[in-house]
Design a binder for this molecule. Structure first.
Ligand code: UTP
Length: 297
């Protein structure tokens, strides 16, 4: 049931796990982190940061790994570039540059020395997050919507407290690719989650609603992750720890109705580039013409 509003602690910090190897993007990911590949002209990581910013996040925690230092540089100031743009009166580009930066003191970078799994990456953020609830965004999942997925989840969280997960419907034939939730009663614009199962067979799946890479979690998850043994793929799995947390705390789902592109896969990344370029004023018509031309051949 909903917790009283006064007991709901605000979500100030968000973790962005960016330490994965990105093997599906080899050879590019040998030297370019997959989070820095661009959807039109913005790196994948910027979409998740913008979504978090829109939802009111104040502190951005990046869990990086080797060869990912360029992500830290990306969010820094670029004084020479800024000066050159100012001298050339490029006001539009200057504002694009400003929007991509994060304010002093609002970022933290920590390392996951070995890619032991998503659950382990989240655990690496424990000292920075401390004893408060936090958001977790998997940057690979790039979302297109009027209102960001995390903002919608915050609206539910502000009424329910507890843990909130973003979910979406998938093709019932594809449930075995995802973490799937069992929905319960509707509450506060979301619904109670009665169960979660990682990559179920089609006939065992409790629904076709998959966990879409956006989470609001209570800090008790860190202790559970610290004790969590490796699971599927010999990796420390976040879902395993969430299942244990669900024995003690409430979980709620928020159904996201926008479009999500899994930019960790080639096809999702290409689809995101097509969809975002079609949706933009500066590129839409041009790209539509190109696609139509290609389809005729
Ligand atoms: P993925 O399952 O997409 O794995 O991780 P990956 O290693 O990044 O990519 P592939 O499968 O080799 O192509 C989901 C998210 O969890 C992070 C990734 O960076 C991505 O945001 N992750 C995964 C870590 O930070 N550390 C890990 O040990 C594993």
């Amino acid at each position: 049931m909903s917790a009283p509003a006064h007991s709901v602690r605000p979500i100030r910090k968000a973790i962005f796990p960016v330490a994965g190897l990105g093997t599906r993007f080899l050879p590019a990911s040998k030297t370019v982190p997959k989070e820095m590949l661009t959807v039109v002209d913005m790196p994948v990581i910027q979409y998740a940061v913008n979504e978090a910013r829109e939802a009111g996040i104040e502190h951005f925690v990046f869990v990086t790994g080797r060869n990912k230092a360029v992500i830290e540089d990306y969010f820094d100031l670029q004084p020479e570039l800024q000066e050159t743009l100012e001298n050339r009166n490029k006001t539009e580009m200057l504002s694009v540059l400003k929007q991509s930066q994060l304010a002093a003191g609002t970022t933290s970078f920590t390392r996951q020395q070995e890619p032991l799994g998503l659950g382990h990456a989240v655990w690496c953020g424990r000292e920075i997050v401390g004893n408060e609830p936090f958001a977790l965004l998997l940057p690979d999942m790039v979302m297109m919507a009027e209102k960001g997925c995390l903002s919608s989840m915050m609206e539910v969280y502000n009424q329910t407290g507890g843990n909130v997960i973003g979910v979406e419907e998938c093709d019932p034939d594809e449930v075995s690719n995802y973490g799937i939730v069992a929905p319960g009663d509707e509450v506060a614009g979301g619904f109670e989650i009665k169960g979660m199962v990682e990559k179920p067979a089609k006939n065992d799946a409790p629904s076709n609603m998959y966990i879409n890479g956006r989470y609001i979690l209570q800090p008790e998850i860190f202790d559970l992750l610290g004790k969590q043994k490796a699971g599927t793929g010999n990796e420390i799995q976040l879902t395993d720890a969430m299942l244990r947390l669900a024995n003690e705390q409430s979980f709620y789902g928020t159904k996201f109705t926008g479009r999500t592109f899994d930019c960790g896969s080639k096809e999702g990344f290409i689809a995101a580039n097509v969809a975002f370029s079609l949706s933009r004023d500066d590129t839409g018509t041009l790209v539509r013409d190109i696609i139509e031309g290609l389809m005729k051949k």
